[in-house]
Design a protein around this ligand. Structure first.
Ligand code: GLY
Length: 573
């Protein structure tokens, strides 16, 4: 196995604790040592692999497949493990999308996006003067949509093979007996302490008197008990009974809207994936209420007529073209995409060749466009998230992007239940033209209505080559998600890059409004200067995305890469 190992400073300081509980750790957790692990950034595996935001989650998913599970078993185990070891975005209090292609070619799209509570209303975040109050949609109880993750997990379980109890056991063990945290996790928990205290009504496992440091063990007993209720009672262990009562009590204490009925009525939905071809590759991505599939469909279709390979990777010419494409796609996102059960999304038109050709008709090479001039196309009516990718020995491939929205969601830990709730209500358009936490603008299509699902950018995506599995890919990053996936695909298909380079090379982003280009620090200085001369406003930002991918090579090897930007790690066999 070729791998770059960034060994984090983790020592087996907790051997005593491990020994004490050894007999109670069953199944796959035995194969995973939560007190000593490494961040393995890439690997080529013969049969199966996982790439996720945390080494322990990737190892848990792999161990499940080693014990006979398929990609769906591994997806469930990885997702539940992430809810424990990666509390900033892994979750049971949030939502997301699972996209899969089964070995026989069947496509599966599971929408477990959060929904607005029944008591939510269009202007619920506006003050007396009619201004959107970001604080309410972004933090605390009122910011939370009805969580979808547990329903999504049980919808996925319809395709799994192993007993559910076995799939959730590693997450229970990791929560009950703890795991050693990395330097990044320690810094992140310390940085969020004030918010945990402000927005939670009960003490939580994330807050302690002294500072967290690398090598500390994070134990989450309340979360372990919640997971055990799900193990015993299935989805009802979350949406009904004790867990539901704890969520509703938390809502009452903090002025939130979610009721027992909201929880009981929540359902994951099946969505038909968006499918199209790009330069001979089959692309499969997620339909609304994610904007991701439409956006990468639009962007890849808009770039297809151009010889981008000849322009060269991240030259001023190719980057300018891609910026103008991103501008046009995101203008359409703001106007035309929302929950299709509440708003008629003109999906077919948005992906039509003639429509997209027309969108690019005013593109001028070498001259910066403007978001005042470029508006959404006319249609005749007729940041914290996490992604993981799984491929199993049978050739099933799964891409899951799941989110609490911001890092640690609304920062409210459900008292007695030990998990964080999302702040996904901020992904609705609280007021037409008023930006959300990603600076994204929206309108009628994405206004708040009871039970409606807020528009997402999450873009779990699969590629086929000659009708065979080729790539599973996705990333967190709020509105930058579709542009990261778009650029990763162009890097592989047009610039012939390895998966590792395609993921780790610097990214850039334009989302129509604000009319500016974000670049990563390592982006080419000369290209930046050339773009500025054309008239672009360029802003440097920390990082764009944390992409996880598995590429199935010509001999069937699983080339597996975790983004260099975080603790993301791969595992496989
Ligand atoms: N919460 C980020 C997204 O769904 O796009």
């Amino acid at each position: 196995m070729k791998s770059t190992i960034l060994t984090v400073l983790l020592f087996c300081l907790y051997g005593g604790v491990m020994g004490q509980y050894e007999n109670t750790i069953v199944g796959p957790t035995k194969a995973v040592n939560p007190y000593q692990y490494s961040v393995v950034k890439s690997g080529t595996f013969n049969r199966a692999s996982v790439s996720s935001a945390h080494p322990l989650a990737s190892m848990v998913g792999t161990a499940i497949m080693q014990q006979g599970g398929n990609a769906f078993d591994a997806t469930i185990a990885t997702q539940l493990a992430l809810a424990v070891v990666y509390p900033g975005a892994g979750n049971i209090g949030g939502g997301g999308f699972t996209l899969a292609r089964k070995k026989d070619g069947t496509l599966i799209g599971i929408d477990f996006r959060e929904a607005a509570p029944a008591k939510a209303s269009r202007d619920m975040y506006l003050d007396a003067a009619g201004n959107a109050q970001d604080a309410l949609s972004q933090s605390g109880h009122l910011a939370s949509g009805v969580p979808g993750t547990v329903a999504g997990i049980f919808a996925t379980y319809a395709h799994a093979k192993l007993p559910f109890a076995m799939l959730i056991q590693p997450a229970i063990d990791l929560a009950r007996y703890g795991f050693v945290i990395t330097e990044k996790e320690a810094a992140s928990l310390n940085g969020t302490k004030k918010d945990f205290v402000q927005y939670s009504t009960r003490p939580s496992a994330f807050v302690k008197d002294t500072k967290w440091k690398v090598g500390d063990t994070l134990v989450q007993l309340e979360l372990a008990n919640t997971l055990t209720r799900i193990q015993k009672n299935g989805a009802k262990g979350f949406y009904e009974g004790e867990t539901a009562a704890l969520i509703v009590d938390e809502m009452k204490r903090g002025g939130g809207l979610i009721t027992l009925d909201d929880l009981k009525n929540y359902q994951a939905k099946s969505r038909t994936p968006i499918v199209f071809n790009y330069r001979g590759y089959g692309i499969i991505s997620f339909a609304p209420p994610s904007s991701g599939g439409i956006l990468i469909g639009q962007m890849l279709k808009m770039i297809e007529p151009f010889n981008v390979q000849k322009m060269g990777f991240q030259t001023p010419e190719s980057v300018q073209l891609m910026i103008e494409i991103e501008r046009r796609a995101y203008a359409d996102r703001a106007a035309h995409i929302g929950d299709p059960d509440f708003y008629k999304v003109p999906q077919k038109t948005l992906l039509q060749d003639t429509y997209l050709k027309n969108r690019m008709s005013d593109y001028k090479a070498g001259v910066a466009g403007s978001s005042t001039q470029t508006q959404a196309g006319t249609i005749k009516t007729s940041e914290e998230t996490t992604h993981f990718s799984v491929v199993d020995p049978e050739g099933n491939m799964v891409a899951v992007t799941t989110t609490l929205n911001g890092g640690y969601g609304n920062r409210t830990v459900v008292g007695g239940a030990g998990f964080l709730l999302n702040n996904e209500m901020d992904d609705f358009s609280a007021k037409p033209g008023s930006p959300n936490m990603y600076g994204a603008i929206g309108g009628e299509a994405n206004s708040i209505e009871p039970h409606k699902r807020m528009l997402s950018s999450m873009t779990p995506t699969l590629l086929t080559k000659n009708n065979k599995p080729f790539l599973t890919v996705g990333t967190p990053g709020g509105t930058t998600i579709p542009t990261s996936v778009f650029q990763t695909i162009v890097n592989i298909v047009d610039f012939n890059m390895s998966l590792e380079d395609a993921i780790n090379n610097p990214k850039f982003h334009h989302q129509w409004l604000p009319d500016e280009v974000s670049i990563e620090k390592t982006f080419s200085q000369s290209t930046k200067e050339a773009l500025e001369k054309m008239g672009y406003l360029i802003k440097t930002r920390g990082s764009i995305g944390r992409t996880e991918g598995i590429l199935i090579g010509p001999t069937g090897k699983r080339i597996t890469v975790a983004d260099k930007r975080g603790d993301d790690a791969v595992a496989g066999f």
